[in-house]
Design a protein around this ligand. Structure first.
Ligand code: ADP
Ligand code: TYD
Length: 225
């Protein structure tokens, strides 16, 4: 039965051929990239056309951002914040394979970070109201069907980062991880009633977390449309 409902969504679910736009958020080292990969595999196994992507992107604006994050370019936070917005708008609108066009063409897209990251990270240096306002064009263009916040203890996240990488970036210090987690919570308090945000317990094995995520995602693909 479940399977039949999935089949209906795969083949275009009646009148509605729009894909879903799913976002994973969390502090650095929370396991987002891992879970984006596992979720994409699961959706594809269900026969749902699915792409995965990330922000900052690997496009021209994203590569500028990465140079700032690794210290190769110095930039004031007031310069970095709108660079993230520019990168996001380019991601949404770029000709050929912009996010908006892909979702409208029926592809489900899973994105590792979106404007919620801007709210949480850039509000350390700028007012959250400013950051929310700056992202309003993105929100108008494409609001996620679901944002999954992978909630992980900062100590556990730091352990994962240092165990597996030979370098750390700007936001990967413990005090910053603690602050960012608080800022996510503050952002969700502010905008939560206008968005579909689900907090996922990010502790345990990769497979356990993937199962929790699947429970939250599955209802979006069961035909009730
Ligand atoms: P993020 O994208 O949020 O920074 P990653 O998915 O890259 O996080 O995970 C950071 C590191 O932690 C990776 O080396 C990954 O293999 C590892 N990792 C991810 N999930 C878990 C988990 N549940 N338990 C232990 N290690 C994990
Ligand atoms: P990334 O290298 O993808 O790290 P992770 O694997 O932890 O997701 O992300 C780069 C950094 O960019 C990360 O520390 C969060 C930060 N960031 C912002 O500060 N604002 C934003 O709008 C986005 C999308 C990311």
């Amino acid at each position: 039965m479940e399977r039949n409902k999935m089949e209906t969504q795969k083949t275009g679910c009646g009148n509605n051929i729009r894909g879903r736009f799913l976002v994973l958020e969390g502090i650095d080292g929370s396991g987002k990239s891992t879970q984006v990969r596992l979720l994409a595999e699961r959706l594809r196994n269900e026969g749902i056309p699915c792409d995965k992507t990330m922000e900052p992107t690997d496009g021209p604006f994203g590569s500028q951002i990465r140079q700032v994050l690794t210290g190769r370019i110095q930039a004031d936070p007031r310069v970095l914040a709108p660079l993230f917005v520019a990168d996001r708008l380019d991601h949404l609108l770029k000709e050929g394979n912009g996010l908006k066009a892909r979702v409208e063409a029926g592809v489900t897209v899973i994105c590792d970070r979106y404007y919620y990251s801007n709210y949480a990270y850039q509000s350390a240096d700028l007012s959250m109201d400013w950051v929310i306002g700056a992202n309003e064009p993105c929100r108008q263009i494409l609001r996620p069907d679901l944002c999954l916040f992978l909630d992980v203890d900062p100590d556990a996240a730091l352990e994962r980062i240092t165990r597996n990488r030979d370098h750390t970036e700007l936001f990967e210090k413990k005090s910053r991880l603690i602050q960012t987690r608080k800022d996510y919570q503050e952002a969700f308090r502010r905008i939560g009633n206008e968005e579909n945000i689900v907090t996922i317990d990010g502790s345990g094995s990769k497979e356990e977390i993937a199962e929790r995520i699947w429970e939250a995602v599955r209802p979006l693909f069961i035909q009730s449309l």
